[in-house]
Design a protein around this ligand. Structure first.
Ligand code: RB5
Length: 142
């Protein structure tokens, strides 16, 4: 699979681990920045990843900021994006199974790299359940 990754300066703390786990899983990566801990604005990077997803340049997006909140809000402003802020593996699994989330958001000041890696593995290996959930997801798009 192809995965776009984006973060602000706070999310940059998690970036190395995120890229490593994606490489371990054999995924192709589109790196949308940022590339240092120099202060930047999370909406720019949430949008960059979201656009990669809606233009179908990638299968999924992963975004990080300090809390994961700002960058998930930014990604969700782009029509077609279902960004899920997940800090546990249950939420990560359900965001795929029930919500067909196409962007995973995490906060680098909330969780550590070990949990972030597990969340990514769970998110990327869980299929959408479809059925009644497909009707609800369709309503989101309306
Ligand atoms: C940056 O200090 C911080 O506000 C940002 O990374 C994020 O947590 C916003 O939601």
């Amino acid at each position: 699979m192809k995965v776009a990754v984006g973060c602000d300066h706070a999310g940059f703390m998690l970036k190395k681990d995120v890229l490593e786990v994606l490489q371990e899983l054999g995924h192709e990566i589109v790196d949308c920045g940022t590339w240092s801990d120099k202060s930047v604005d999370y909406p720019d990077f949430g949008r960059a990843v979201a656009e990669q997803v809606v233009k179908e340049q990638v299968d999924f997006g992963i975004v990080m900021c300090g809390t994961g909140i700002g960058i998930s809000i930014a990604a969700n402003k782009v029509p077609g994006i279902r960004a899920a802020l997940c800090h546990d593996t249950f939420s990560a699994r359900m965001s795929r199974a029930h919500n067909n989330a196409n962007v995973l958001a995490m906060g680098s000041r909330v969780i550590g790299p070990g949990l972030a890696r597990d969340i990514i593995r769970t998110f990327l290996t869980t299929e959408f359940d479809g059925g009644r959930h497909a009707l609800r997801v369709a309503k989101l798009e309306q």
